[in-house]
Design a protein around this ligand. Structure first.
Ligand SMILES: *Cc1c(COP(=O)(O)O)cnc(C)c1O
Length: 360
């Protein structure tokens, strides 16, 4: 049998492991921060109609510039953004890959404050760039001063700021973004995948775009919009930044079906997002419930909770698995992460945790 070592693989890919969150068919799946509420029926019907119409023209290549979708994202984001400032891809992962292809790549570096989103190093290495991990304090926070100092030393070509941070849920102040941008030579990407779950009054990094051509803010439809399976992510930046991304994207990278589905979903954003408040309620229930059991949940502005005080994460993960509840061991010692589900799923998780026994 042939092994990977027998193939003429790129040297810099040898020894790497692919992204691999388990996809197990358990009744309660709270491991990858999906929105566990389905798309509302009335919106699903409209999406279906628009996809059906697009299907009648799939003999032609789609609009390479996904014009209507960019108009939809600009309108949804507000902040005076224009469609020329919008980019989109098959999930924000593809958008982030475009950024790395344009601004990182062989001989260059990408930086983030660990622990952070596990795809940043993988995407960086995939483009041939070297990943540099910065650090956070014991509560996974970063101050503007410390962040700027670390970025100044690392001097990366691309900085990832995950706000709020995955897998910790930690909020990130705009002062940190401003300070990092000031010292950075490269581009700064603020990943706001979970922004819709943050307190309503929390300002977005979108407010910082004006006058900062090396800054970009990425978002996704995978979480708040309950659209993970459709694969749609997007980004806002200076129009010139968007031009850089055009250099590396595959022609017609967003299918006509994806464009039709996402445009219809965006037209119904109020309905699509109506479960967000309920998810936030369940998130806060998880935090309170875990604290009651003696665990140490971290503050979260997202749709998941990272909690410490777990004696043996592997054993607790397995005990939950055996009770039909799938959560995530993100590799942080003494910690596990759980996504907020429906009320029933959240109850199932909290009941399973109670039956496993209390914290270390
Ligand atoms: C889930 C997630 C994404 C979204 O990825 P998609 O490719 O859009 O599904 C991006 N960034 C972070 C930090 C995430 O947790």
């Amino acid at each position: 049998m042939t092994s990977l070592d027998d193939l003429p693989l790129r040297d810099d890919l040898r020894g790497l492991t692919p992204y691999g969150a388990p996809q197990a068919p358990l009744p309660v799946a709270l491991n990858v921060n999906e929105n566990t509420h389905p798309v509302p029926d009335d919106v699903a019907a409209q999406i279906l109609d628009d996809v059906a119409a697009a299907l009648r023209e799939v003999n032609r290549y789609p609009d390479r510039e996904f014009t209507r979708l960019r108009e939809g994202f600009a309108a949804y984001l507000g902040h005076g953004l224009r469609p020329e400032q919008i980019w989109a891809g098959n999930g924000s992962n593809e958008v982030l890959q475009h950024v790395l292809q344009a601004f990182a790549g062989p001989g260059r570096t990408a930086f983030g404050f660990a622990p952070t989103y596990s795809m940043y190093p993988l995407l960086s290495q995939g483009t041939g760039a070297r990943w540099i991990a910065g650090t956070r304090d014991d509560d996974f926070r970063i101050t503007a001063e410390d962040a700027a100092a670390q970025v100044a030393v690392a001097d990366p070509d691309v900085v990832f700021l995950c706000a709020p941070n995955n897998p910790t849920g930690t909020p990130l102040g705009l002062d940190v973004i401003e300070a990092v941008y000031e010292v950075a030579r490269g581009v700064v990407i603020v990943d706001e995948a979970y922004q819709e779950f943050a307190p309503k009054a929390a300002p977005s990094a979108l407010t910082l775009l004006e006058g900062r051509p090396r800054l970009a803010v990425s978002r996704t439809m995978s979480k708040a919009f309950a659209f993970a399976g459709a694969r749609v992510g997007y980004l806002a930046a200076d129009p010139v930044f968007i031009d850089a991304l055009r250099l590396v994207r595959l022609p017609y990278h967003l299918s006509a079906l994806t464009q039709a589905a996402a445009t219809a979903a965006l037209r119904n954003s109020a309905t699509m997002l109506r479960m967000v408040d309920e998810i936030v309620v369940q998130r806060d229930r998880i935090t309170a419930g875990l604290a009651e059991l003696g665990y140490l949940p971290h503050e979260s502005w997202s749709n998941f909770v990272l909690f410490g005080g777990v004696d043996d994460p592997r054993a607790t993960w397995q005990a939950l698995y055996d009770r039909g509840v799938l959560i995530r061991d993100v590799g942080i010692p003494g910690h596990l992460r759980v996504s907020a589900g429906t009320e029933a799923e959240t109850t199932a998780f909290l009941d399973a945790m109670a039956s496993v026994g209390s914290a270390a």
